[in-house]
Design a binder for this molecule. Structure first.
Ligand SMILES: *Cc1c(COP(=O)(O)O)cnc(C)c1O
Length: 425
């Protein structure tokens, strides 16, 4: 292995288990010493323009002073206190604000500390919704090919079967129902047939609205969500939107759900705290909550993460929402969209390029194939940008506050490197 610098990297590396990587063959991770705006500073002094905002979290860029101040004030008075039997202002304010921002009567907020857990809570709510009403048959979740909902065992079972490694973990994962998204006549017919057969087994339909993110940055039309809403209502099934990727402006509106399509449960995380702290929320409609609200202790939702509604994280989220209210984030998304659209368009039709697509602040270049991901990733770093292609996808999901000049660097790097890679993968 290449020498690891600085010392902490070298000495700590034998004790770290890295995410999503075969450590034996992977290149070493890049040591980061600071972040600021849309930039990452490495230990050797190099600066990278960040094209993915730390897995889509840092929507206001790194180190936004307003969020830092809010967290610092909270740190001085109360970094954490348990949420069982106790209450605190940051969480109660945040719950009200989320309820006000979300459409319809999505109004009851359950906090947790990661997206996967928020999705598990949503699934648990949906299944217990039936149980509490005396319907013991609805125990399955219907999810979609190409979807991604987390890495825990229960969420792997609702991911795309291949990406969720359903075969490898057969017998361990709960068996759920995975269908094709109803995007055309054939898949709609298949979807309707499935529901005609199995609807009474299904507690909820779970979908990432508009964009299936980690499953391949696949876009679908808003009408698909209307189809899902109508089908769910017709069959007495709950509809869950996993907005962990799409939430907070990424697709061009604050959320993918809106007055046109209101799900029964929404999950939020990723950009919820402006990319500063771990926090997630599962927000239910009053219809869902009402099935839990009675005298029977057994009808309560039995869930409560230790760090539930951590006050520092809630303070960060409140500060992040304030920035959405006071700074022109959605206009910035529209401008980013325009720049990516016009900048990436030249790739269309070039050798090795399968598709180019842009929605909101998501720019995607899909290659026919990428033979050496690690080498491709290294080329981006050498070009001074932080872009992490996966499978056949090169994508940009920058901070919504990125400057025109920085975005220009990102787009230029993607165009150059995708062109080279397409010509000689
Ligand atoms: C990232 C993501 C998750 C999982 O969130 P974690 O915080 O990594 O557990 C779930 N759903 C979607 C749509 C995501 O993008």
């Amino acid at each position: 292995m290449t020498t690891l610098n600085p010392e902490w990297l070298r000495d700590g590396y034998p004790h770290i288990w890295r995410p999503y990587s075969q450590m034996k063959t992977a290149l070493p991770p890049l040591p980061v010493v600071a972040t600021s705006g849309a930039r990452i500073t490495l230990a050797d002094g190099r600066e990278l323009v960040d094209g993915i905002a730390s897995w889509w979290t840092a929507c206001h860029g790194y180190n936004h002073p307003h969020i830092r101040d809010a967290v610092r004030r909270q740190l001085d008075c109360m970094p954490h206190v348990m949420f069982g039997g106790l209450a605190h202002e940051p969480a109660y304010i945040l719950a009200q604000r989320l309820a006000a921002l979300l459409p319809g009567d999505l109004s009851r907020v359950f906090f947790s500390d990661s997206g996967s857990v928020a999705v598990e809570v949503a699934m648990k709510m949906a299944i217990q919704f039936g149980l509490n009403r005396g319907d013991r048959g609805r125990t399955k979740i219907l999810a979609f090919r190409g979807g991604y909902h987390g890495d825990t065992l229960a969420t792997m079972a609702v991911c795309d079967p291949e990406e969720g490694m359903h075969a490898m973990f057969k017998g361990v994962l709960p068996e759920q129902i995975i269908a094709d998204l109803p995007v055309d006549d054939a898949s709609r017919a298949g979807f309707e047939a499935l529901l005609a057969r199995d609807a009474d087994k299904i507690a909820a339909i779970l979908v990432e609205p508009l964009v299936q993110g980690a499953g391949g940055m696949l876009f679908h039309a808003p009408e698909v969500l209307v189809t899902l809403r109508k089908a769910a209502t017709r069959h007495g099934i709950l509809l869950i939107f996993d907005e962990i990727f799409t939430g907070f402006g990424r697709t061009g509106s604050l959320f993918a759900c809106g007055d046109a399509v209101v799900p029964d449960i929404v999950t939020l995380s990723k950009a919820l705290t402006g990319g500063t702290m771990a926090l997630a929320a599962t927000v239910a409609s009053s219809k869902v909550f009402d099935a839990f609200w009675d005298e029977a202790p057994g009808h309560a939702l039995m869930h409560g993460p230790t760090f539930m509604a951590n006050p520092l994280a809630c303070a960060a989220a409140n500060a992040s929402l304030y920035l959405f209210e006071t700074e022109p984030r959605l206009a910035q998304v529209a401008a980013i969209s325009q720049t990516m659209r016009s900048g990436l368009d030249v790739l269309r039709g070039r050798p090795g390029i399968k598709d180019v697509r842009v929605l909101g602040a998501i720019g995607v270049v899909e290659m026919d194939r990428i033979d050496d991901l690690e080498a491709l990733r290294a080329r981006f770093v050498a070009a001074g940008v932080w872009v992490r292609p996966f499978r056949t996808i090169i994508y940009l999901t920058p901070a919504l506050t990125i400057s025109g000049e920085e975005l220009g660097l990102l787009v230029a790097a993607v165009v150059t490197i995708a062109t080279q890679a397409g010509a000689s993968p």
